[in-house]
Every structure is written in C-alpha cells, then in structure tokens.
Design a protein. Structure first.
Lengths: 110, 114
C-alpha cells in the first residue's frame, strides 16, 4: 500500500527565513511525487512535481529514494507563501490517482 | 478558459437522505477524479474515470456511493442514505492527455449530514 507522511501539521517561520516542509512516502515501486498547495479561499493547485525538476515560486523539492523523502524547500520565505501544503504521490502507469499526506499549514510571519 | 466547476458548493442533508454532487471538468479533459476530504485530513481518492469508463472505484467507502460519467464529460457522485460520517468536502479534479499527471481541482462541495 502507498502512504504519504507529513510529520508537521503546523509550521511557522518569519519572513526571509528558510523553510522546509517534510514529506516521506512508502511505496514499493517508482512513484511520481508532487507538492500541491491551497492558498486561503482558493482551490487546490499543483505547485511542482519531481520529474520536472523545476523551481516554482522559489520552491524546490528533491526526491531522495534512499530516504523515501520529497521535502519542499525555499531559502527565503515570503508572507504570500502562507498556505496549506500537501505532498502527494501516484504510482504511475495508467492509473493517475493521487495519494495525499495530511498536509502542513505554513504560516510566514512578517 | 473555465476551470473545473462543482455544484452545489454547500449541501446540508438530513441523515438518510440521498444527495447528488455534480462536477463539470475542463473541456476536453479525459480523466476525472473524485476525492473526499474530511476535516483536518488530506484528500482521499474515491474513483477515477477515463472518458465514460470508470477505471477505478476502489476508494468508494461503501455501496451507498455511486459515481457516473455517462457521456465522458459531466460527472455525478451520488450518496444514498447519507450518514454523519459522510460529512466532508468532495473534490473533483480533471486532467488532460498532454498533462496526465497534472490534476486541476474544483472548489469542492461541502456536505454536512445532520
């Protein structure tokens, strides 16, 4: 069975500080990993996926297969980064259903 | 263009009532997903359609839950004889052929069963 664990329910940092949102997964194959974000009063949207290796809004995430982790990082947090962040995986193949973690609420204080 | 839309946005049902939740995906998107999000939890997969074919319904919690997408576009999630534990936000998402892994989510329907 596949599972995604986000150990922090809440994370609070000051503007300009580095931020890291943790994500660990369990899956026996080679999953596709994603970070989704939900800003206040907005719908859930894709932030980034590991295979694209992009940096979106200054965020990056590296897939570490040895540690089965996919932590989300940003060197200098901004107030507009305050949101709910969900890590998710899909098993690939022809079924694209997502398995989500419980989410981390990030608050960036001024 | 328009994103994924869902209706109603809020629904209050008395225990035992049947409800129907509608999802309009992005035009041309072949894949459609339903998720259930309980308070304080991440979304949990319910079912997946490719065009009109329901390819995976492994996440439906009981036989009271039924989903359809008869013409490969609009989808309806029906819950019969609602129970309190059905209270949740029901999210619909769609994805297209060229970006199969990028799911576009609707605003959700918040169902409260009293």
């Amino acid at each position: 069975a596949q599972r995604v664990t986000q150990p922090e329910k809440l994370l609070s940092v000051f503007k300009g500080a580095p931020v890291e949102l943790k994500c660990n997964y369990s899956y026996s194959g080679s999953p596709e990993l994603f970070w989704y974000v939900q800003y206040s009063r907005q719908r859930l949207q894709l932030l980034l996926r590991h295979i694209s290796r992009e940096s979106i809004k200054g965020f990056t995430a590296d897939l570490n297969k040895g540690e089965t982790s996919f932590h989300l990082k940003k060197p200098f947090a901004q107030e507009e980064d305050s949101a709910m962040y969900y890590c998710a995986l899909t098993s690939g193949g022809s079924n694209y259903k997502l398995t989500f973690g419980k989410g981390t609420l990030l608050t960036v204080n001024p | 263009g328009a994103g994924v839309s869902q209706s109603p946005r809020y629904k209050v049902a008395k225990r035992g009532q049947d409800v129907a939740l509608r999802c309009d995906p992005i035009s041309g998107h072949v894949s459609l997903f339903w998720y259930q999000q309980a308070l304080g939890q991440g979304p949990e997969f319910l079912t997946y359609f490719q065009n009109e074919a329901q390819l995976d319904k492994s996440g439906l919690p009981s036989d009271r839950f039924f989903a359809e997408r008869p013409e490969g576009s609009v989808s309806t999630l029906k819950i019969q004889r609602t129970q309190q534990e059905d209270s949740a936000v029901y999210l619909c998402a769609s994805s297209g052929r060229t970006s199969v892994y990028e799911q576009y989510f609707g605003p959700g329907t918040r169902l409260t069963v009293t």
